[in-house]
Design a protein around this ligand. Structure first.
Ligand code: SF4
Length: 255
């Protein structure tokens, strides 16, 4: 929301009836709300790392959780669509995460998105990144007995995958990233060069080199940008995936 052209960019995309998820830490959101018109095509996706203790610690600044909550309330009051997105690391406490889900639902957000953090090889703090088995254990403890009112803004099969109940191969092109350098290869987590056009990205990337078991950089990755697309493919490409998606959509507590 720092970008001065963002309201115009959003207006243009909304006019084309494209769905925009405007990701923000919500620090400037309340101040900038006047610049955005509520629309079914626009959703503010607020990054929240947990309840106030966890969130403020993660962003290294006291009071940021309260600022975000105030901004969410203001946006909802004006009729905006609001969701949250949360990245969990090894030190996440399942009970606290469950309380955080309750708090977001009480606020009235439309849905929540969660994902394990990507174990970024070059990050200085390696000890807090989740390994695959630990990811499955953690998400099973958080989601294994879901509360009735929790709404997730993502595929129920991806949540099954995070709990180790389904196995998927990565679909690295499932959520392509375009930025000022071009189309990023192969996904937004890895930077293996850029293509000038989408066609060049699709044709010149060695897709078989990526995904768990194929590349050491992908060894512990279970991140939504590669695996949620695989879950969606399962929903619409197999009878069992479709049936399970329907069941979990109608009866989310049947996990
Ligand atoms: S597993 Fe897929 S999403 Fe994860 S880093 Fe590798 S290519 Fe990217």
């Amino acid at each position: 929301m720092i970008h001065p052209g963002m309201p115009a960019i959003v207006r243009g995309l909304v006019a084309q009836e494209r769905y925009v998820y405007l990701c923000t830490n919500a620090i400037l959101m309340e101040r900038k709300l006047d610049e955005y018109q509520p629309s079914k095509f626009l959703t503010f996706s607020v990054h929240m790392d947990g309840l106030s203790d966890e969130h403020d610690l993660a962003v290294c600044r006291d009071g940021v959780y309260d600022v975000a909550v105030k901004a969410i309330k203001a946006a909802l009051k004006r009729g905006h669509r609001v969701t949250t997105n949360t990245t969990l690391f090894d030190d996440a406490n399942p009970e606290r995460v469950r309380k955080f889900f309750d708090a977001m639902m009480e606020l009235g957000v439309e849905g929540m998105m969660i994902s394990p953090g990507y174990s970024y090889q070059k990050a200085p703090d390696q000890q807090h990144f989740l390994k695959r088995e630990r990811t499955k254990e953690l998400f099973s403890r958080i989601l294994g007995n879901p509360k009735k009112g929790w709404q997730f803004n993502q595929s129920p099969l991806f949540l099954d995958f995070l709990m180790g109940r389904r196995e998927y191969e990565c679909t690295p092109w499932g959520n392509p990233t375009y930025n000022v350098f071009g189309w990023q290869k192969p996904c937004y987590l890895l930077q293996e060069g850029y293509a000038k056009t989408f066609r060049e990205l699709m044709d010149s990337t060695e897709w078989d080199h990526y995904g768990t078991g194929r590349n050491e950089k992908c060894a512990d990755c279970m991140v939504h940008c590669g695996y949620e697309a695989s879950a969606v493919e399962d929903t619409f490409g197999t009878m069992s995936g479709f049936g399970r998606t329907i069941k979990l959509t109608v009866l989310p507590t049947s996990r």
